[in-house]
Ligand binder design. Structure first.
Ligand code: ADP
Ligand code: GLC
Length: 488
């Protein structure tokens, strides 16, 4: 099968969250299964072209793409995804993408991704490469199905192309003023009341993707069910319900070439389930870096996260006084909304002897925190899949999570199974979204940390789980086959 995989961020070129990890790995896994992949992303000026081996595609030249009645000349760069033969094409348009940030709140944010979407289609045409599937990720690629089916349907090349939309997070809906559909030259009716893209008086790119794709999926089975409810559907549940028969959940995998403590290039000390000594060395190394003392019975609790409402930091704040009284140390890495950044800065200020906070994005430190911490906290309000708990399991860093979305599907609560006589738990999880229950779960983890044998069992249970991409990639192939367009 020929598959065009479209995403706004792809690791290692640009990353703000888990989408980049997925987009940097899933295409390679699909290629291993014998499929022909091309990946597309914008060429931001946040990464260095030479460092990543990008080559300018002279043969494609400047491709005119019209947005808001203005013609922009798009240029194309190409590279191979690291350790693979998968080609990745970068849509280059300095006017829209040279902003020193991947996402902006600029007034033309919608038009940026109209340009990107049209750019992808035009590049496919220039390459004369007719994909069987265009796999669109999130709202940034949400207009592609409608654009191909209605604006580019004169090109018979796309007659046999079907569309799969993966929703990585329903809260990001690509909502803009109606005029952005005019800029995209989409049919007028789509932005009108009751139209396919109309949403609460404006338009939504994601809604267009939901209604125009043959198949929709999300990144865990539980989140696929949650999406149908008002609590998690973020206003889109009605449209998701319309597509219920075409909706599924496929759990993300992880790239063990990048996230494996036995081979992780970013760790000072390697370790594995057979030899934990390196993990302790990483902890000591990390604590030294944090200027915190090492003590055998005090666990280090790590957080690596975007600091946004999704991640549950409001219940963390509710329980903070009690949490920070626990006999534990904390290392927190993240960036995002001011209110959460301020919150954590405050904690570090009041508890300098046990809390260290890094604001910003730091991949190397993220790996070190995964390896050097004993416990990893993810109290998410909702979590479509979550990758950090999967990394934590692999790194023997016991996750404490809220039981939602992918967290519910991947972390088995130690006590819950123990009451059934089963020692199969891999972490701690809680259902009720409250500071009180969060505190109780962290407490359970901190207490068990001192029971060395129990703790080692929980660590090993997690480390022995297999979340490699193989199985999930095969499920995507099944989904692609089911996506074949009926109405040709
Ligand atoms: P989300 O995509 O909602 O942010 P995930 O758990 O799926 O959540 O993925 C987050 C990814 O981003 C992980 O690879 C994590 O290590 C990384 N990450 C998040 N914040 C930071 C940060 N401040 N510095 C480095 N890596 C980060
Ligand atoms: C989103 C979700 C996260 C998921 C990631 C990759 O950012 O918030 O839960 O793991 O996408 O699918």
């Amino acid at each position: 099968m020929k598959i065009a995989f479209v995403a706004s961020e792809v690791f290692p070129y640009a990353k703000t969250g888990g989408l980049a990890d997925v987009a940097g790995t899933l295409p390679k896994e699909l290629e291993k299964l014998g499929h022909d992949l091309k990946v597309f992303m914008p060429k931001y000026n946040t990464f260095d072209e030479a460092e990543h081996g990008l080559h300018y595609q002279w043969d494609l030249g400047g491709i005119p793409v019209r947005v808001a009645n203005r013609v922009h000349f798009v240029h194309v760069h190409k590279a191979l995804l690291p350790n693979s033969n998968v080609e990745i094409y970068f849509i280059d348009c300095p006017h829209f993408f040279h902003r020193f940030k991947i996402y902006t709140s600029d007034s033309d944010e919608g038009e940026r991704f109209v340009l990107f979407s049209k750019g992808v289609i035009e590049v496919l045409q220039r390459l004369q490469w007719a994909p069987n599937i265009i796999h669109c990720n999130d709202w940034q690629a949400g207009l592609i199905p409608a654009l191909v089916k209605e604006n580019y349907n004169w090109d018979r090349m796309f007659d046999a192309t079907s569309f799969v939309l993966t929703i990585h997070n329903i809260a990001y809906q690509g909502r803009f003023a109606k005029s952005v559909f005019e800029s995209a030259e989409l049919k007028f009716e789509h932005s009108q009341p009751g139209g396919a893209g109309e949403f609460e008086g404006g338009v939504s790119f994601l809604k267009m993707g939901i209604l125009f794709s043959e198949k929709i999926n999300t990144v865990s089975e539980t989140y696929a069910k949650e999406l149908l409810t008002p609590e998690y559907g973020a206003g889109m549940e009605g449209f998701i319900q319309l597509r219920k028969n075409d909706l599924s959940g496929i759990l993300n995998g992880i790239d063990y070439h990048i996230w494996d403590p036995e081979t992780d290039k970013l760790l000072p000390y390697k370790y594995s389930a057979n030899d934990f000594s390196g993990k302790l060395e990483n902890k000591k190394f990390l604590l030294k870096h944090l200027q915190l003392p090492f003590s055998e019975n005090i666990p280090l609790i790590g957080i690596v996260s975007r600091m946004v409402v999704q991640k549950g930091f409001d219940i963390f704040a509710d329980a903070a006084n009690e949490l920070l009284k626990l006999d534990a140390q904390w290392v927190i890495l993240g960036s995002g909304e001011q209110i959460y950044e301020d919150l954590f800065t405050k904690f570090a200020h009041f508890f300098p002897q046990k809390v260290v906070v890094y604001l910003g994005f730091n991949n190397e430190l993220a790996h070190l925190i995964e390896a050097g911490s004993d416990i990893f906290l993810m109290p998410s309000r909702y979590e479509p899949c979550g990758l950090n708990q999967l990394y934590s399991l692999k790194y023997g860093t016991v996750p404490v999570v809220r039981k939602t979305g992918g967290l519910a599907d991947t972390v088995l609560d130690w006590n819950e199974f123990l009451t059934q006589g089963l020692e199969i738990g891999t972490g701690y999880s809680f259902g009720e979204y409250s500071g009180k229950v969060l505190l109780h779960s962290v407490q359970r983890a901190v207490n068990d940390f001192r029971l060395k044998e129990v703790w080692r069992k929980i660590q090993l249970n997690g480390m022995n789980k297999d979340y490699s991409w193989g199985r999930s990639a095969k499920k995507y192939v099944v989904l692609y086959n089911q996506a074949k367009r009926q109405s040709l």
